[in-house]
Design a protein around this ligand. Structure first.
Ligand code: NDP
Length: 339
């Protein structure tokens, strides 16, 4: 069983060498005692997600647990069931959920996995648009932002797994949508593929406050926050009265020992802005409703999705690290096996 092993806790920026590839011999079988409900799976696609960075530190009192040094990295993925002790899954089923960065995994808590019903969309989409990032876009935009037609929406890290979908939801609703990203290629995607009204490269803007004022002369109604730091400060000055900010992520801060201060937080008061953090975990009960909405839109071509797919488990560490320098264009996926 080829595995990606997490070596030790990380401070600062993670490196490929914080993980190593190892091959171990295992017996592919379920435990003798089937009462645990475990399932044995073959991993097909692995998802690289920014939250995995916090799991590489020693954390306590967080919503997720640290990785275990010396053990395989764990994360979300798509897998095929080889054998099952669980009534919800049978041999041959496809699922997405928490699995290991390895060829084969024994999933001991399959209750948290979702069965994938056969559809004609790419299976890898269940790491992205039809999986956790898709649900994050859906819950964060519709449940937290109370969006209305014609409102002005701004999204940071807009070409990523979550952002590209938020922007398309906002466009379908009839909002004015602007996104920022870190390369020209990504800015072109936002404008030409995802149909954003405007997009800009935040790395080329010496004055973010002025850049936002250019795209939002009348201010921002909704900010979908993915990055934090200086961007949040610049956005606060540009918010409209009674604006909403869904605090989805703060990726610019994840590798800093000490988070940067936000100077303009007082704008929340003067502008009566609702800024609300959320965890996608609290919204999984909406998953069937989400699929009902988003699957037809994918099939009808009303929503599109860009993935950055690398082949092979050995490429997984570099793919994960790449999220923090913006190497990924779209949802970062790792293919472990095709069938
Ligand atoms: P992406 O696919 O967007 O990948 C991460 C992107 O973040 C990079 O490609 C890069 O794009 C950008 N980035 C990296 N470092 C910085 C930086 N220092 N400053 C600004 N941008 C940076 O990731 P996801 O779409 O999966 O995640 C987006 C955000 O949503 C993250 O903050 C994540 O933690 C959060 N999240 C929150 C969830 C929740 O339940 N609240 C669930 C899922 C995700 P670029 O080239 O544009 O800089």
């Amino acid at each position: 069983n080829k595995q990606v092993i997490f070596k030790n806790y990380v401070t600062g920026f993670p490196k490929e060498s914080d993980m190593e590839l190892k091959t171990t011999r295992i017996q592919l079988k379920l435990p003798e005692d089937c009462s645990s409900g475990a399932i044995l799976v073959k991993n097909l696609f692995l998802s690289c997600d920014p939250y995995m960075r916090s799991r590489m530190s020693k954390i306590e009192g967080h919503y997720t647990e640290s990785l275990t040094p010396g053990s395989p990295v764990t994360g979300l993925g798509v897998a095929r069931v080889l054998d099952s002790c669980h009534p919800k899954f049978k041999q041959g089923d496809l699922l997405w959920g928490l699995t290991g960065w390895e060829e084969y995994s024994l999933i001991t808590a399959p209750d948290t996995c979702f069965r994938i019903e056969p559809t004609d969309v790419p299976l890898s989409y269940y790491t992205g648009i039809l999986g956790m990032p898709g649900m994050t876009a859906y819950a964060g935009f519709y449940e937290l932002c109370s969006p209305k037609k014609g409102e002005r929406v701004y999204i940071s890290a807009a070409s990523g797994a979550v952002g590209q979908l938020v922007g398309q939801f906002a466009k379908l609703l009839g909002c004015y949508v602007v996104g920022s990203a870190g390369t020209k290629e990504k800015v072109d995607l936002l404008k030409n593929k995802f149909g954003f009204d405007e997009a800009f490269n935040y790395k080329e803007e010496p004055d973010l406050v002025a850049a936002l004022k250019r795209y939002f002369p009348d201010g921002i109604d909704i900010y979908f926050e993915n990055v934090g730091g200086k961007m949040l400060d610049a956005v606060l000055l540009n918010m409209r009265v009674h604006g909403r900010i869904a605090v989805c992520g703060l990726i610019s801060q994840y590798n800093l020992e000490q988070h940067e201060g936000v100077k303009n937080l007082f704008c929340l008061i003067t502008k009566r802005v609702r800024m609300e953090g959320f965890l996608v975990l609290d919204y999984y009960h909406l998953y069937p409703k989400f699929l009902e909405m988003v699957l037809p839109q994918i099939k009808e071509g009303k929503i599109t999705y860009v993935e950055d797919i690398v082949e092979g488990l050995d490429k997984a560490p570099a793919a994960l690290i790449g999220l923090f320098s913006g190497k990924n264009v779209g949802k970062q996926v790792v293919v472990v096996a095709h069938e």
